[in-house]
Design a binder for this molecule. Structure first.
Ligand SMILES: *Cc1c(COP(=O)(O)O)cnc(C)c1O
Length: 376
């Protein structure tokens, strides 16, 4: 173990930045309520720390994908919080929602029937959200199923619909015609059902404008610093910094190759640093020969990742540092792989994916440090 208490990769997670992002989104959507999506371990950043931070920041409505995620979140946030389970209960498990005080999102007539059956055995109405498919063809009741419910209202008896929701498929592309089409479909279908608070927008939908806000928004990505709108400046604060240490440096002679598959060949003598992070840590292998890192001592110099990324390490070309006459970083030096000069969205673009996948892939192997500059 290094004397600072970590080796390999380290993930710094700024909880104050998450709280600031939450406050920014609240202000943007007011008077609508701002909830938070904390599925997938709060997008890889830690359900416990992120859940508690958002609760302290005033968030009272949370969204998870699975029942088990909801059960894990329940003791972390106050009893005055609502936790919606986006996938609804799998067949035969509806009563687990009651055990853990979770609200299911009912996505199909089957889930509606299961929830109604549970309400009957409980002898009281049970609250739930109803999801409509407004054009993404993912989860939710189709138009035909909504029509069925309007002609068979008894199928909703015993279900207290506390939220009617739907999800947008193209919200990160504001000019996409599906955005307004889904808005219109949602508005029309929702009017067929008993009146209830409504929710359509996640992070990107918030930035489409107030028409999309309804009563409640459900951001995830934007809370964690991912740009909500493609090709636009990112208004959110970065929340993560990914660092790795230099294990050793070496001079690779001209004509020699570096790493598996001999994918990189040095044209001239090349100073190389080996960092202790690789795809086994969740760092994308796609970034071999493509990504770059930064040594914070020389923040303006991009250092290319050369060769293929190994399971536990990657190689970085230090030539741009040497060209400036800077002393080369010693073993133990800390490099940024995601940081102020290497934004998450840039890393995602270079890896041919989205910031969401980069965050959720960030492995449990990293030393994780949650910190809150507000609390010293
Ligand atoms: C994941 C998810 C969200 C949050 O989406 P972001 O794009 O991360 O803001 C909101 N609603 C539903 C239904 C989701 O699946």
């Amino acid at each position: 173990m290094h004397r600072d208490g970590w080796e390999g990769g380290r993930l710094l997670i700024n909880l104050a930045a998450i709280a600031e992002n939450y406050a920014q989104l609240c202000a943007r959507v007011s008077p609508a309520e701002c909830g938070a999506a904390v599925k997938a371990n709060a997008y890889g950043l830690g359900l416990k720390e992120v859940g508690q931070t958002l609760y302290e920041a005033g968030c009272r409505t949370f969204f998870v994908a699975h029942l088990a995620e909801g059960a894990a979140l329940r003791p972390l946030v106050g009893p005055d919080s609502r936790i919606f389970v986006l996938h609804g209960p799998p067949p035969g498990t509806a009563s687990a929602c009651l055990t853990h005080t979770l609200l299911p999102v009912l996505n199909s007539l089957q889930q509606v029937q299961d929830w109604q059956a549970l309400a009957r055995t409980q002898g009281r109405p049970l609250a739930a959200a109803l999801q409509l498919d407004s054009g993404m063809c993912r989860f939710g009741l189709t138009e035909a199923e909504v029509n069925h419910l309007t002609t068979h209202p008894q199928e909703l008896e015993g279900i207290e619909v506390t939220l009617v929701m739907s999800h947008l498929g193209c919200a990160d592309t504001p000019e996409h015609p599906l955005n307004r089409q889904q808005l219109e479909t949602f508005t029309r279908l929702k009017a067929l059902l008993p009146a209830a608070p409504a929710s359509l927008a996640a992070s990107s939908g918030i930035f489409l404008g107030p028409d999309w806000h309804f009563d409640l928004v459900r951001p995830g990505a934007a809370l964690y610093g991912i740009a909500p709108t493609a090709e636009q400046p990112n208004p959110m604060h970065a929340t993560v910094r990914l660092q790795a240490r230099v294990i050793q440096t070496r001079m690779v002679p001209a004509g020699a190759s570096v790493g598996y598959g001999a994918a990189f060949t040095a044209r001239q003598p090349t100073p190389v640093a080996l960092l202790g992070i690789g795809y086994g840590d969740g760092f994308p292998r796609r970034l071999g020969q493509t990504g770059h890192v930064v040594w914070p001592d020389q923040p303006d110099i991009k250092l290319p990742i050369i060769g293929r990324i190994s399971m536990d390490s990657l190689a970085v070309d230090l030539s741009p540092l040497m060209a400036t006459g800077t002393a080369l970083p010693p073993a133990g030096a800390v490099f940024d792989l995601i940081g102020p000069q290497v934004p998450l969205d840039t890393v995602a673009r270079l890896a041919d994916t989205i910031g969401y996948e980069i965050l959720t892939d960030l492995g449990a192997r990293y030393h994780r440090l949650h910190y809150d500059p507000r609390k010293g």
